[in-house]
Design a binder for this molecule. Structure first.
Ligand code: CO
Length: 216
C-alpha cells in the first residue's frame, strides 16, 4: 500500500476505535451526530497550511466546528453568485443561513505562504491561481510597506498576516446574510492570529486596530 495511504488508514483505525466502537460516551456522542446531523456553533476560516489544522489546534471534537480552509484564510468580497465559482462564499452562506452559526472566526497564522507570495508581488500581475486569489488582500502589501518601512521581510509578512485578517473580517460584512445575522441574532466576528513560532494566540476584533495576546 502507498505509504501515505497506509498512514491515513492507520490513523482512521484509531479514530474508528475511539468513536465507533465500544459503548463509551464518545461512541454515543458520534451516534447523536449521525442521527441528528451537525449543529456546530462556530464557522472557522483557516489556512490550508498543514501546521495550522483548526481541529488539532483547538482540541475540537467531531461536530464542534464547521471549517473552511483556503490559501491564507481569506474571505473574498461578496460577488454575484451567477459569475464564477465561489467555494469559500458558498460554505459561508451555508454556515450562516442553514447552520446558523453563532460565531465566525478568521484564523490567520505566522509564516503564511500565501501572504509571502502576496508580499513578493504575486498578486500584481497574477498568472497563477494563488496570485489571483491573493488579490483579495492586495491593498495589504502597500499598507504594510507604507506603515512599516523599516521592518525586514519577515516583519512585513507578520504585519501582513495580521492585516489580512482584518480584510477578511471586513469582507465578511459585504455578504447580506452575514450583516443580517449580526443584526438579528448578534452573530460574532472574531479574528485570531496563531503565532506558530512563539506558540501564542492573538485576537483582533473588528475595531480597534490593535491585536491583543490571549492569555492561555
Ligand atoms: Co497560510
Amino acid at each position: 500500500m502507498n505509504i501515505a495511504l497506509y498512514r491515513l488508514v492507520a490513523g482512521f483505525r484509531r479514530f474508528r476505535e475511539r468513536y465507533f466502537q465500544g459503548q463509551d460516551h464518545e461512541h454515543s456522542a458520534y451516534q447523536r451526530l449521525v442521527s441528528n446531523g451537525q449543529t456546530p456553533k462556530t464557522l472557522l476560516i483557516g489556512c490550508s497550511d498543514s501546521r495550522v489544522d483548526p481541529a488539532i489546534l483547538t482540541g475540537a471534537a467531531p461536530g464542534d466546528i464547521f471549517v473552511i480552509r483556503n490559501v491564507a484564510n481569506l474571505v473574498p468580497p461578496c460577488e454575484p453568485s451567477n459569475i464564477g465559482l465561489h467555494g469559500t462564499s458558498s460554505a459561508i452562506e451555508f454556515a450562516v443561513t442553514n447552520l446558523k452559526v453563532e460565531n465566525i472566526i478568521i484564523l490567520g497564522h505566522r509564516q503564511c505562504g500565501g501572504i509571502r507570495a502576496l508580499m513578493r508581488g504575486d498578486a500584481d500581475e497574477p498568472h497563477t491561481f494563488v496570485g489571483k486569489w491573493m488579490t483579495i488582500a492586495k491593498d495589504v502589501r502597500e499598507k504594510v510597506q507604507t506603515e512599516h518601512p523599516d521592518a525586514d521581510e519577515e516583519g512585513r509578512c507578520r504585519f501582513a498576516e495580521m492585516e489580512s485578517i482584518r480584510v477578511s473580517l471586513r469582507n465578511l460584512r459585504t455578504f447580506p446574510f452575514v450583516e443580517e445575522a449580526i443584526a438579528s441574532r448578534n452573530m460574532n466576528l472574531i479574528g485570531i492570529y496563531f503565532d506558530l513560532e512563539r506558540g501564542e494566540l492573538w485576537e483582533c476584533n473588528d475595531t480597534p486596530q490593535a491585536f491583543r495576546q490571549l492569555e492561555i
